[in-house]
Design a protein around this ligand. Structure first.
Ligand SMILES: [Fe+2]
Ligand SMILES: [Fe+2]
Length: 310
């Protein structure tokens, strides 16, 4: 980029504030609008739920799987946004007596993540009203946030950019012409994306800014931390895939033998790894920013760790 086209970091924070003010939405008035979920509709699009991977299930059963995954989607976002918000508030400290526009961008980011967590709690409860009992998401967001914030800021920002970018990919999936997709769930993707776009821009600014202060050795440790964080997320996804497969088998209305139960659990895990790890890690922009910060060897370590989660 030359001097004419280059947008300064100050301008980027200002642009995030400006767009954040323009797209700001309300949970009830804009997203939910008095609607309820309808179990005749899919909640997650096939491309996200990986409907094709559930080879033993009927079309109706695949729709039920998309609804279970929709509920887990709300819970996973509620979970990760707890630590994202805590990290954003921590980073805001570095702007208290500096660029007040950057500070405003982070304060708005935090405010939006609090609202998103409230939205996802509502979505979880609303889906609970229409699906059979027995679903569980047994992960404490505060305990996870404590563990995540024990890792280096570099690693947490890497994971956060990955998450904010995959939420944009999920929105794009939701606007594909997927027949039978819930309009209410489609709006959850739409409104979440409207604010996540600014978050991804801020993550990148903060990550690159923080990276500039690290020594090579500190960055090398941070790469290990990032790999450990991804593995920890994968552990949560493995547990939830087991819980959701068990819930499906117990409530789908027919007998599921052991071999099929294993296949269904594997399919849930494949879908969750796609949604929460690979769709972000494969995002071209994530790859560009990451590779601009790390060595070739560090990149190979990360690739090997991700490849193990297939
Ligand atoms: Fe969010
Ligand atoms: Fe966000």
């Amino acid at each position: 980029m030359n001097a004419v086209t280059r947008i300064s970091d100050d301008d980027r924070y200002a642009r995030c504030v400006q767009i954040s003010k323009r797209v700001c939405w309300d949970i009830d008035n804009d997203v939910i609008r008095g609607r309820r979920f309808d179990v005749a509709q899919k909640f997650l699009p096939d491309g996200l739920a990986l409907a094709d991977v559930f080879t033993t299930l009927s079309a109706d059963e695949k729709r039920f799987v998309s609804q279970i995954q929709g509920r887990t989607y709300a819970n996973v976002f509620g979970l990760v946004e707890r630590f994202i918000n805590a990290k954003v508030l921590e980073l805001s400290h570095e702007h208290w007596f500096g660029d007040q526009v950057a500070l405003e961008a982070l304060v708005r980011f935090s405010d939006e993540e609090l609202k998103h967590q409230a939205l996802f709690r509502r979505i979880d409860a609303m889906i609970g009203e229409v699906l059979p009992g027995g679903y569980s998401f047994d992960v404490d967001p505060n305990a996870v946030a404590h563990a995540v914030l024990g890792k280096s800021t570099w690693a947490v920002l890497a994971l956060t950019l990955d998450i904010e970018l995959f939420s944009q990919f999920h929105y794009r999936q939701s606007i594909d012409p997927d027949t039978g997709l819930s309009e209410l769930f489609r709006d959850v993707f739409l409104y979440h994306w409207k604010e996540e776009s600014q978050h991804a821009a801020i993550d990148e600014l903060e990550w690159v800014r923080h990276d500039a202060d690290l020594t090579g050795e500190q960055r090398d440790w941070a790469v290990d931390d990032f790999i450990e964080l991804v593995a920890a997320i994968d552990g949560i996804l493995q547990d939830q895939a087991g819980a959701d497969a068990g819930y499906f088998a117990g409530t789908c209305g027919r007998a599921v033998d052991e071999a099929e139960a294993c296949a269904i659990e594997d399919a849930f895990l494949k879908a969750y790894r796609w949604q929460y790890i690979h769709s972000g890690a494969q995002h071209p922009h994530f790859g560009r920013v990451l590779s601009s910060l790390i060595t070739e060897n560090q990149g190979l370590r990360i690739q090997a760790a991700l490849a193990a989660l297939q």
